[in-house]
Write a protein that binds this ligand. Structure first.
Ligand SMILES: [Zn+2]
Length: 250
C-alpha cells in the first residue's frame, strides 16, 4: 500500500492480477485524487466530507453534488429556485417536473423503453405531430400561439426558443426592473406552463378538446389569480383583461 519516507507518505500499490482495460480508467481517477492528499506522520487519520465549507456530510449536500453533476450549473440553479417561488404548490411541482425532464410525454417514455401505440403518441393539442415535451410546451402551434398572445400583453411580437432554459429566460424587454422581470419570468411563465400541461392531460386522459380561445381566457384568469398572490398586485380582473401589460409593469 505504501511507506513513510521521512515525514512523507509514498503510495506503493501492488495488485494480485493485471487490470482489465475498464478498470484502468477508474484507477487513474483514484490515483489522481490521492496524489493531492498530503499525509503527515503524527496527524490523526479521519474521514472528511470535502463538499461544503463545514466539511460535515449530510444527505442534502450529497444530493446537491449529484444533482449538480447531472444537470449542470444553470439547470441546477433553476431547479432549486423553483421551490422558492411565490406560486401555488401545484404550479411549483409541475415546473419542477419540467426542469427535471420527468413529464410522461412520449419522448420521455420512449427513453424508458415504453412505446405507445401510434395514435397515443400524437400531440393532444394539434393531433398532427409526435408528442415531445418540447413540442407540447413550446413548438406546437397551439402552445406557440398561446405564448405569443401572452407576449402581446407587452405589445411585442417575438420569436421564442424551443430550448427550456432559453424560453424561461425570455423577457419581452431587456430593461425591465427586477420586480417586473420576476412577474414575467416566474409568474406568467409558470402559470402558462401549468395551464398547458393540465390542458394536455385533460385532452389525453379525459378526451376533452382544446378550444384555443377558451385556452387563452383560462390563461388570462390563471395568470391574474397567481399575480394576485403578490400583495402589491391590486388590479381587478376587468382591469387586468383590458390592459394586462400595464398591470404587470406597474
Ligand atoms: Zn402539437
Amino acid at each position: 500500500m505504501g511507506r513513510w519516507v521521512g515525514d512523507n507518505w509514498c503510495w506503493d500499490f501492488q495488485w494480485r492480477r493485471n487490470m482489465f482495460e475498464w478498470e484502468r480508467a477508474e484507477w487513474l481517477e483514484v490515483e489522481s485524487r490521492i496524489q493531492n492528499i498530503d499525509l503527515r506522520m503524527g496527524n490523526l487519520d479521519c474521514w472528511e466530507w470535502i463538499v461544503g465549507d463545514d466539511k460535515i456530510y449530510t444527505v442534502k449536500s450529497a444530493y446537491k453534488v449529484l444533482h449538480y453533476q447531472k444537470y449542470g450549473s444553470e439547470q441546477h440553479s433553476l431547479i432549486t429556485s423553483v421551490w422558492k417561488l411565490n406560486i401555488p404548490p401545484k404550479g411549483a411541482i409541475v415546473v419542477w417536473q419540467i426542469f427535471m425532464n420527468s413529464l410522461a410525454t412520449c419522448d420521455n417514455l420512449l427513453q424508458r423503453n415504453i412505446i405507445l401505440p401510434e395514435l397515443e403518441s400524437i400531440c393532444k393539442f394539434c393531433n398532427e405531430e409526435t408528442e415531445s415535451t418540447s413540442h407540447v410546451l413550446f413548438t406546437c402551434k397551439v402552445s406557440d400561439w398561446l405564448w405569443k398572445k401572452c407576449y402581446n400583453w407587452a405589445s411585442v411580437s417575438t420569436v421564442l426558443s424551443a430550448l427550456l432554459t432559453q424560453h424561461f429566460g425570455k423577457l419581452p424587454y431587456s430593461n425591465l426592473s427586477a420586480a417586473v422581470s420576476k412577474r414575467w419570468r416566474v409568474i406568467v411563465w409558470c402559470a402558462i406552463m401549468w395551464l398547458l400541461l393540465g390542458k394536455r392531460n385533460n385532452c389525453g386522459f379525459k378526451s376533452q378538446t382544446c378550444d384555443i380561445q377558451l385556452l387563452y381566457v383560462e390563461a388570462q384568469r390563471t395568470v391574474w389569480s397567481w399575480l394576485r398572490m403578490e400583495k402589491n398586485f391590486k388590479y381587478t380582473y376587468m382591469q387586468w383583461v383590458v390592459n394586462s401589460g400595464a398591470c404587470i409593469s406597474n
